[in-house]
Design a protein around this ligand. Structure first.
Ligand SMILES: [Fe+2]
Length: 221
C-alpha cells in the first residue's frame, strides 16, 4: 500500500536531495563541457522539482540480499569525502525500496546488486524529468556491459572503489558519466562493497520506462 505525503513532511528526504544538489553544484566537472552541462541540467531539474513541493509516495520498504553489505558501505563512506551524503542516506535507509528493476538481470547478480530510486517519475519523490537514486554492489562484482536509450547517466562514487570499462578507478567523490547508448560495464574491488549515487536525465517517457539493454545475452538470463 502506498502512503502519500509531500517532501516537507519527510525532512530527511529533503536533506538528502540537498546533498545531491550540492554534489551536482559544487563538485568539479574536471573541465569537461559535457559533464558540466549534465551537472547543470541535474541541479536545475532538481531545484525546479523541489520548489514545486513534490509529492512523495512511499511503498513498502524492501531489502534484497546485497543489502547485507549496506552497513559496511555506509561505514566506509562516512569516513571518506562524500561523508555528508552518506550520513543523509543512513537517515533514510530504512524506508528505501531496493530493486533489481530489469527483467533480464543476470542470475549471478541477484545476491550482488540492487538499486533504490530516491526521486523519479515513479517516486518515491515524484519528478517527471529527472531520476536520482542509489546503487549498491557487493565486493568482486561485475555488472555486465549495457547501455541506456535516451538517457544520460552519471554516477558519483560514495563508498568503495569502482571501475568502468577497465578504463580507470573511481573512488568517493569521483563522477562517471555515460551518454545515451554508451556501453558500460562496472566492476568493484575484491574486498569492499561499492555504493554509488546516480542521476539520469532524459525525456519523461524514457525515464519512466527505461529497460536495460545488455550487449550480450547472459547465461541464466
Ligand atoms: Fe548504467
Amino acid at each position: 500500500m502506498t502512503e502519500e505525503k509531500h517532501l516537507a513532511d519527510v525532512p530527511d528526504w529533503g536533506y538528502l536531495l540537498g546533498e545531491f544538489n550540492s554534489a551536482y553544484r559544487f563538485r568539479s566537472a574536471g573541465g569537461s563541457k559535457i559533464i558540466r552541462s549534465h551537472m547543470r541540467t541535474v541541479r536545475e531539474r532538481l531545484s525546479r522539482c523541489v520548489a514545486g513541493k513534490p509529492e512523495v509516495r512511499f511503498s513498502e520498504p524492501k531489502s534484497l540480499p546485497v543489502c547485507a553489505h549496506l552497513g559496511r558501505a555506509i561505514d566506509n563512506g562516512e569516513r571518506d569525502s562524500m561523508s555528508s551524503m552518506v550520513r543523509a542516506i543512513e537517515k533514510v535507509k530504512d524506508s528505501l525500496v531496493w530493486q533489481y528493476g530489469y527483467e533480464k538481470l543476470p542470475q549471478h547478480l541477484t545476491n550482488r546488486y540492487a538499486f533504490a530510486d530516491i526521486l523519479s517519475p515513479n517516486g518515491p519523490v515524484i519528478c517527471d524529468d529527472l531520476t536520482l537514486g542509489l546503487v549498491l554492489f557487493a565486493p568482486k562484482t561485475t555488472y555486465p556491459a549495457h547501455a541506456h536509450k535516451g538517457i544520460t547517466e552519471s554516477y558519483i562514487c560514495l563508498s568503495g572503489a569502482t571501475s568502468e570499462n577497465d578504463a580507470g578507478v573511481y573512488v568517493p567523490g569521483s563522477m562517471i558519466i555515460n551518454v545515451p547508448e554508451h556501453k558500460h560495464a562496472i566492476t568493484t574491488s575484491d574486498r569492499e562493497p561499492a555504493l554509488l549515487a546516480y542521476a539520469w536525465t532524459g525525456a519523461t517517457d524514457d525515464l519512466a520506462h527505461q529497460t536495460m539493454v545488455f550487449s550480450r545475452r547472459q547465461k541464466g538470463a
